[in-house]
Every structure is written in structure tokens, then in C-alpha cells.
Design a protein around this ligand. Structure first.
Ligand code: ZN
Length: 484
């Protein structure tokens, strides 16, 4: 993906899942895994005559996020009506906030710094505002082929923070980095649990420099955001190549077919007929209120990163990667309570743990490995019971099964071979099988490694690598002197 061609802006929707109730009524905000349409009331169903009451704690949580994202915080906020007709919003309008024609959002002009391969990049935050989540529409299969739709209003009215960036991102990788950082921040603040399905969703505005902007709506996970950007980049590039103009429109990411499909030509802001919500008064936020909310904010990822470097002596890169996910940083610090070689924990996490999670396409929270299990494996390696090489093999099993490393070692008879006698048996076999390589090895370092590799293979990776190295070299020098 060419760095200079892509222009990406994000609109992230973060559910304030720490709240007990919805944004404008007292229905439970914990709607997941419930019978559809059971946590609803006249207000969140939009029945005539019902009136909204603002959830004060939602404003508090929003203020914390605005502060953490370095935003200017308003001393007054005003809710606006965003008018549109769609079955997920039975009132035919959404109570939201607006930053024009007298609208004042919760926060604006903030930023998040992300670390990319080319250095630190600042992604500007245009605004943060509070709004209500619409209902959930369930399709049978994909949106474009579903014969009918089902609507669950349990989600309607749940408090959402919309976080809008400037178009500062230039690749799918950067968008992914930004989202990870944002998630880490809201999780450190304790306002949202990004692991809950649908708790963080995203609209992506994407264009090739100079071209029209396409909005991809409501992508449900970070991985899908990356895929959607990749797809849309190629689609727009192909169109341009053929001399076709990219239309300004709203598209839908079809997760099943892995393509974007046209939904409608993009509405303009005027289509929403924004105006101040007449059922809610403007809310003043005096300094005392703000101070009370913002005092004692929890440690944020940036501060935690600095602490990991000083407290555990971790390299900046490790600390950055770990704190980009609260779950990873928590995992590391739990393990560090049980095992004092901190760099070793970090090395295994940065290397084999993350690589396997990536390959298995899961998050650490979805894996079965715990800090205790990782430490137990590291101790087995330190004690010489298994080789580091075997550690690399069994860590994947631990991630997938949550089995104790000791049990795995016994079950699979993986104990390291550090007996000279046994190793010599394997070495003799290999020397007989590869006489050519033995001859080469008398003068060629590469051939020595080849022989060592063959013995290692025969032992199923269980040979003590240092001892094996010594024994092979010893045998070669014996051969060499017998020839002389
Ligand atoms: Zn309700």
C-alpha cells in the first residue's frame, strides 16, 4: 500500500460499557446475551410522550476520555438531534452532539500519538461526543442477500462515545495502530471493555489523494477494519486505473464476502437536519465538577510505558508493544511478580507469544495461557528440563489448551537429552548416514551446522544444544587427527 496515496479518517464508536444504565433512561446497559427486546422502555423505544434524562455518569466517563485524548473540554455541552429514518432508530432521530451551528461537543482538538515504522505520528482528534447507540439489526447471512431483518432494541439507547479523527492516517497498519492505542486508553481508564463484542466499532473514511471520499460504515472489529481498508484501497485504485471516477458514497463492509458494497450515495450533513434537542437543556460543567472527575485518573498507557522501562528495565520498544494492549501489559506485570528475569518474560511475550496469537488470529484474552503457565515454562527451561527450542513448540499448545507445561513435557516425553552417551549414539548414526557432510565439515563451518541440525532433528529437538555442539566438534576433531 503506497504511503502517500491513501487518506484515512476514522469515526470510532466506543460503548461506555462501565455504565450500569443506558444514556437517557434507566434500562440496564448490560444487554448482551439477553432475550431480544427485553431491556427496553418507552424512552429507548422512542414512544410518543417519553422524555430523555441524561445519565450523569456517562458525561463523567466521556470527560475522562476527552482528557486522556488531550482534548479541549467544553464548559457547556448541548445535545443535538440527528434526523434520519432507519428501523434501528424508532424515534427517527438520534440524540447526538454536533460541532457546528451552535452545537458543542464534549471535547475537541485532541490528539493521540502512535508509533509507526517511520517514527511517532500524531493523529489529531477532531471531536469527541456522546450519543445513543441504535438498535441492533440482525441479518440472515449477509446484509445484501438477507431475505429479512430482525431488530433487537436492547442495544438502543446504550451510551456511545463517538471519536472522530482528522484524516491523518495513511495506511491500514496505521489505522490498526491507532485503534489499538485508543482501545488501550479507554481500557486503562476503565470506561469500556474492548473485548466485548461490538463495544468498539468503526466507520472508515477513505480516499486516494485528490479523489472522492468513500465512507465504510460500522465495521465491527479492528481486524475487519484492516481488511476493509485493504479491499477499498484496491477497489479505488482499480477504478482510477480504468479511468472511472470514484463516487462519493457510503459502503458497507460485508464480513462474509470480504468486500465493500454500495449502500447509498453519501448523505450530506444537511440531510440530517441537525438542531438542538428540545427535550434536553444545555449542560453546564463548572470547574469543580471537572476537577472532581479528572482528579486521580488511572495510569494511562504512556505513563505505564515509562514505568515499565524504569521499573523492569525493558527496552522502549517492548514497553510500547506491551502497553498498546492493557491485557498484555497486565499479563506481563502478573508474570513479573512470579519471575524476576523480566527481560526474559518480555522476550517470550514479544516473540513466540505474540507470533502464535497472530497466527491463531486471537487476542491474548481469548487464549488459554496465563502468566503462571508462561512462568512455569520459563522455569523448566532455566532448570534445563527442556530446551528453549522445545519451549517454542509447547508454548503454542499452552496457548491453545491451557495445559500445565510440566504435564505437557511428561505427556510428550519432551525432557531434554543432556546425557553424553545418548547424544553420541545419535551423532554416530548421523555421521554414518551423511559421510559426505562429515568430510565437508572437516573444513567447512556450514557443514558442521548441517550435521548438528540433523542430530537435533533425530532427537525431536530435545538435544541440549550446547552439549550437542561440543560433542559434534569433538568427534570431528577426532576424525581429523586420525586422518593425519
Ligand atoms: Zn429504556
Amino acid at each position: 500500500m503506497s504511503e502517500t496515496e491513501l487518506v484515512i479518517g476514522l469515526e470510532c464508536h466506543v460503548q461506555l460499557s462501565a455504565l450500569k444504565t443506558k444514556l437517557f433512561c434507566s434500562c440496564s446497559a448490560d444487554y448482551r446475551e439477553l432475550e431480544p427486546n427485553t431491556v427496553v422502555c418507552p424512552t429507548c423505544l422512542g414512544l410518543p410522550g417519553s422524555l430523555p434524562v441524561v445519565n450523569r455518569e456517562a458525561i463523567n466517563l466521556g470527560l475522562k476520555v476527552a482528557k486522556a485524548l488531550n482534548c479541549e473540554i467544553s464548559d457547556k455541552i448541548i445535545f443535538f438531534r440527528k434526523n434520519y429514518y432507519y428501523p434501528d432508530m424508532p424515534k427517527n432521530f438520534q440524540i447526538s452532539q454536533y460541532d457546528r451551528v451552535g452545537g458543542i461537543p464534549l471535547g475537541r482538538d485532541g490528539y493521540i500519538n502512535i508509533k509507526t515504522d517511520s517514527g511517532v505520528r500524531t493523529v489529531r482528534i477532531r471531536r469527541i461526543h456522546l450519543e445513543e447507540d441504535p438498535a441492533k439489526i440482525v441479518y440472515i447471512g449477509s446484509i445484501s442477500t438477507s431475505p429479512y431483518s430482525l431488530i433487537d432494541y436492547n442495544r438502543a439507547g446504550v451510551a456511545l462515545l463517538e471519536i472522530v479523527t482528522e484524516p491523518d492516517l495513511t495506511s491500514d497498519e496505521e489505522a490498526h495502530m491507532f485503534l489499538k492505542k485508543l482501545r488501550s486508553i479507554v481500557e486503562h481508564l476503565g470506561v469500556s471493555d474492548g473485548n466485548l463484542p461490538g463495544a468498539m466499532r468503526c466507520d472508515v473514511n477513505i480516499s486516494l489523494r485528490g479523489g472522492k471520499r468513500v465512507e465504510i460504515k460500522n465495521i465491527s472489529s479492528f481486524k475487519e477494519v484492516k481488511k476493509a481498508i485493504k479491499y477499498e484501497f484496491l477497489r479505488q485504485k482499480q477504478l482510477l486505473k480504468r479511468g472511472v471516477t470514484v463516487e462519493q458514497e457510503t459502503r458497507h463492509w460485508d464480513e462474509i464476502r470480504k468486500i465493500t458494497v454500495s449502500m447509498r450515495s453519501k448523505e450530506t450533513e444537511q440531510d440530517y437536519r441537525y438542531f438542538p434537542e428540545p427535550d434536553l437543556v444545555p449542560i453546564h460543567i463548572p470547574v469543580e465538577w471537572l476537577n472532581k472527575v479528572l482528579v486521580n485518573l488511572p495510569e494511562l498507557p504512556e505513563a505505564r510505558k515509562t514505568r515499565l522501562i524504569t521499573q523492569y528495565g525493558l527496552p522502549a520498544h517492548d514497553a510500547e508493544v506491551l502497553t498498546n494492549s492493557k491485557a498484555l501489559a497486565d499479563f506481563f506485570e502478573e508474570a513479573a511478580k512470579l519471575y524476576k528475569n523480566y527481560k526474559n518474560i518480555s522476550n517470550w511475550m514479544m516473540g513466540d507469544l505474540l507470533r502464535n496469537l497472530n497466527e491463531l488470529d486471537i487476542e491474548i484474552s481469548e487464549s488459554k495461557i496465563t502468566p503462571e503457565l508462561l512462568v512455569s515454562m520459563l522455569k523448566l527451561i532455566d532448570e534445563g528440563v527442556i530446551s528453549g527450542k522445545l519451549g517454542k513448540i509447547i508454548i503454542r499448545e499452552i496457548i491453545q489448551t491451557g495445559k500445565d507445561p510440566k504435564t505437557l513435557v511428561e505427556e510428550k516425553k519432551l525432557i531434554k537429552i543432556s546425557s553424553e552417551e545418548t547424544l553420541n549414539l545419535y551423532i554416530n548414526q548421523v555421521f554414518q548416514e551423511y559421510p559426505g557432510a562429515v568430510k565437508d565439515a572437516l573444513k567447512d563451518e556450514k557443514a558442521i551446522h548441517y550435521l548438528i541440525g540433523q542430530v537435533m532433528k533425530k532427537t525431536g529437538g530435545r538435544a541440549d544444544p550446547d552439549l550437542l555442539n561440543n560433542l559434534v566438534r569433538k568427534k570431528l576433531s577426532e576424525i581429523s587427527s586420525s586422518i593425519l
